[in-house]
Write a new protein. Structure first.
Length: 246
């Protein structure tokens, strides 16, 4: 696949977890996928239609360089961009929180999103229509004080998503956010190596009274389906799959 395939998706944070699952779902739907991450994904790199790009998304020049390196793939434009890259700082008592923790969360979650939006905006416009889909967090509601640094960065991403829904509307680009709630990734389940099987997830959910723990592939199906909204589809919306209030 290459420039002849107009169904191109760009996904950030594809080295593991939700990003890797989203890339796989796009491949299943016969997209060409450009995956951006710091570590890369050797497994996905062996898949037909997947282009593995190593880049630190906090570095604007590195992002542009990575996308320039696959210009033959994106020559006809990009149909979907999924903004998934980010970090989740450990909980810290709000009274003791060092501002640098919050600054790092903004750098890793908000800066990386803005960098990719700015680099892919011309590619989305070239395609004639498309989508920006943000992977958000229900914690953005701010009701968990020890997670404020993370929550604030995710709330800023929501504001960025809504700004994009207006900024790029004339290009036929919709912008939306998915708040998946708990997902069975290493970020949520400490010590998890690889993907938790369905049996393990069912066992955890039996005693997980606060919310529904999902497999990354389940979340990926939602994200890609939202990324496929048409130009006159929903935009500026938050799709919440958590029990937590918005």
């Amino acid at each position: 696949m290459g420039a002849q395939n107009a169904r191109v998706a760009v996904v950030s944070g594809t080295s593991s977890g939700i990003g890797a699952a989203v890339a796989t779902e796009f491949l299943n739907r016969e997209y060409t996928v450009v995956g951006l991450s710091r570590r890369g994904n050797p497994r996905l790199a062996r898949e037909t239609g997947y282009v593995d790009c190593l880049a630190d998304l906090r570095d604007d020049a590195a992002v542009r360089s990575a996308l320039d390196s696959v210009s033959s793939t994106t020559a006809v434009g990009v149909r979907a961009v999924v903004l998934n890259s980010g970090v989740s700082p450990d909980p810290v008592d709000l009274r003791k929180l060092d501002w640098q923790v919050a600054a790092d969360a903004y750098e890793n979650n908000v800066h990386t999103a803005l960098s990719l939006i700015q680099a892919t905006a011309p590619l989305l416009a070239r395609g004639g229509d498309g989508s920006l889909t943000f992977v958000g967090a229900s914690l953005a509601n701010g009701y968990q004080p020890d997670r404020w640094a993370y929550a604030a960065s995710k709330a800023a991403m929501t504001a960025l998503m809504r700004a994009c829904s207006v900024e790029f509307a004339d290009d036929g680009v919709v912008a939306n956010e998915v708040r998946p709630g708990p997902v069975a990734t290493a970020m949520t389940l400490a010590g998890l190596d690889g993907e938790a099987g369905d049996q393990i997830i069912r066992a955890i959910n039996e005693g997980f009274g606060t919310d529904w723990l999902k497999a990354p592939r389940t979340v990926a199906e939602w994200i890609v389906s939202i990324a496929e909204f048409p130009p006159n589809g929903p935009t500026g919306q938050v799709f919440n799959y958590s029990r937590k209030v918005l």
